[in-house]
Design a protein. Sequence first.
Length: 180
Amino acid sequence: MIPKEGITLQYLIQAFRRRFWYVVIPFFVLAMATVGYCIKAPKVYKSSTLILVQPQEIPDEYVQATVTSDARSRLHTLKEQVMSRPRLEEIIKEYDLYAKVRAVGSMYDAVETMRKKISVEVKESRNRRDAAPASFEVIFEGEEPTTVRDVTAAIANLFVEDNLRFRENQAVIYGFDFQL
């Protein structure tokens, strides 16, 4: 009940003293539940690698471009190749990933689990005139920090290797023969 003289500081202090346990007990219960969740929750580590897309810097009048396809479509093609089942199976076997999933299910289940843990995010350039991506980021999540780091590096290397192979094939198709 509110006193006739209105709500004063003294009235608020007395109300708080009367209702002290109504505040403390829920706060304590929520704090303990949060600590328990933090202890029991699985640890998930995330690793990312940024890959820069370097545009041709020499004008077409001096040197003919060996790759004529759009950078976006090439990135999409590379992503499909890297995320293919044989490539992911190779990484899963090399780093012994998802042993429990493979024990219960099949390699297909492990590959699908890995695909859900991988993401590729395209980063746009703000000052370039063309619509080509400036870079893209490969992200992988897992439970073991060193394995997550190594798998992310392996996936990024697949992107780089496939891009080099693609550019080499394009150069051969258009009559540029490289002798290494």
